[in-house]
Ligand binder design. Sequence first.
Ligand code: SF4
Length: 369
Amino acid sequence: MQYAPTYTRRTQMPNPLSDIEAKTERGERITPEDGLRLFASDDLVTIGRMANQIRERKNGNHAYYILNHHIDYSNICVLACKFCAFAKRPGEDGGFFHDQDYYLEKLSEDLREGITEVHIVGGLHPTLPFSYYTDLIQGIKQLSQQIHVKAFTAVEIDFFARLYKMPVTETLEQLRAAGLDSMPGGGAEIFAPEVYDQICKEKMGGERWLEIHRIAHQMKFKTNATMLYGHVEKPHHRIDHMEQLRRLQDETGGFLSFIPLAFNPENTELAHLGWTSGQDDLKTLAISRIYLDNFDHIKSYWITSGLGIAQLGLSFGADDIHGTVREENITHMAGAKVPQILTVPDLKRLIAEAGREAHQRDSLYNILN
Ligand code: SF4
């Protein structure tokens, strides 16, 4: 007898996220409860489709990259955050610090290759004078007035203000006088105090991070925002984090971009937690695009997520893939498996393979070519 296959008609399954998708299609803001439902769902395709629609509404088919240079000036730090593989206590083996000339020499080589931004962050060094930072920025501006200096997380600004006994406004004014143009978004971690207490108890806390960015925005600095995920936090902590950023952005409009940072565990006290999954990386990126409706740009940060996920991220809400970087230590000391440098052809190829149109941007997201 000949085998005759039988087929059953597949009924269309109802989409449990259809009410949220209807909101995003209408350009409406989703609620914290909606955000939690997205995190609870395994329907990555629907979540990605929503994020992609918003991403294309805001940025079309463009995907941005920047020619930049990272300076991690010292890993000597008075704190010992559990997720950090970069820092060394003062006097501990493996601590490094370089003077300004060391960095200016490296930077002058890169300036010839057309970089437009210097990104400066480091540990909380207890004995450097404030003039170390202002001289470094002034030295950079003497090399090129056009170069954009994006420097010092809110954690460093808070530390400078306390160490050098100045209000935050005075600290930022003096840095601006030296040439500071904008601030990066690091040090935010997860705002919820119960998470801060588990991973970086001695650090200043989420409320202070938000306060320093609020002050910076009131002083007309543009800044960026991050969220370190994939350690001890729960989905509701991530949503709370995004909610607080969305509120501050409503109030000030001072954020340029949001960058979800996947926790890289190697050589940290939290190594037993392991790496984030690709599923979680893409879902978190997509939900941040959906939730943060008042942020123009979401970054798929290749250094923490890896090149493959960063590239896929361009279809899951991200419109920016960061930049050439040149020399990154903070994440590489935590086991990042990516190179320390990407060339412009590398970045353009990553973007083109994702079906996007590559555009070089400056630090304020003006398109350069
Ligand atoms: S995360 Fe920053 S503040 Fe915390 S230990 Fe590392 S360098 Fe220091």
